[in-house]
Design a protein around this ligand. Structure first.
Ligand code: PGA
Length: 254
């Protein structure tokens, strides 16, 4: 059985006090209400990783992750944060290749492949994002683009390494816009991604990889979006900033 995952991407939001309040409300709600096999991941801004990791402790369901990291390990890279640093904090996940990083920070496939390697080398799990812009979908090229993003970022890995990856399909036109893909569109793309993984690594390996949907997931649409057989959970932005709503999203995968 593939791991079900609901990950919150807090992006660049919240003061420290507000971040800790959110994390502690979430821990309380998860303890009271969430029964079952789901991995909940809180991807916080860098400065809040240590306090949130301390607050969450060794929770059986909740882990903490970063939203990016450097492809380099150490050295003169002012302002950067590396995978060995994150590992030393006991962060367990790192979002890589989010469309905001691809778009605003020019992250391309080659760079992301190097980041994936750095993250895996230090025992963290990449949450590797892919997804098309609206113009690309309108031209009918979304499947090709997403296959290419997966190839560029991940296909240098061997079968053991690819099994350690979590993939998030996030159509760019659905991120932060209130527009979601339909459950049908999400399932179709997840199936395309899984088939592409199967072509390269074989079906049994592809069947083990969790593929999350992201893009305006909320408490009202999560159950339907997560209903596709290849949809193993979600990567949630805006709705992860509200403890009640995020908890409802988590419950909808169970
Ligand atoms: P959203 O963001 O849920 O606010 O659309 C999702 C994401 O960017 O990961």
């Amino acid at each position: 059985m593939r791991q079900k995952i609901v990950a919150g991407n807090w992006k660049m939001n919240k003061t420290l006090d507000d971040a800790l309040a959110l994390a502690s409300e979430l821990v309380g709600m998860v303890n009271d209400e969430v029964r079952g096999d789901v991995r909940i991941i809180l991807c916080t801004p860098f400065p809040y990783l240590v306090p949130v990791i301390r607050l969450v402790g060794s929770h059986p369901l909740i882990s903490v992750g970063a939203q990016n990291c450097s492809e380099h390990e150490w050295g003169a890279y002012t302002g950067e944060t590396s995978a060995p640093m994150l590992a030393s904090l006991k962060a367990h996940y790192v979002i890589l290749g989010h469309s905001e990083r691809r778009q605003y920070f020019d992250e391309d496939g080659k760079l992301l492949a190097a980041k994936v390697d750095a993250v895996l080398k230090h025992g963290l799990t990449p949450i590797f994002c892919c997804g098309e812009q609206l113009e690309v979908r309108d031209k009918g090229e979304h499947e090709d683009l997403v296959r290419r993003q997966i190839e560029e970022g991940l296909f240098h890995l061997d079968a053991d390494a690819i099994k350690k990856i979590v993939i998030a399909y996030e159509p760019v036109w659905a991120i932060g816009t209130g527009k979601t893909a339909s459950a049908h569109q999400a399932q179709d793309m997840h199936a395309v991604i899984r088939l592409h993984l199967a072509t390269k690594y074989g079906k049994p390996t592809a069947e083990e990889i969790s593929i999350l949907y992201g893009g305006s997931v909320n408490a009202d649409n999560a159950k339907e979006l997560f209903s596709g057989k290849d949809v193993d959970g979600g990567l949630v932005g805006g709705a992860s900033l509200k403890s009640r709503e995020f908890t409802e999203i988590v419950k909808s995968i169970l």
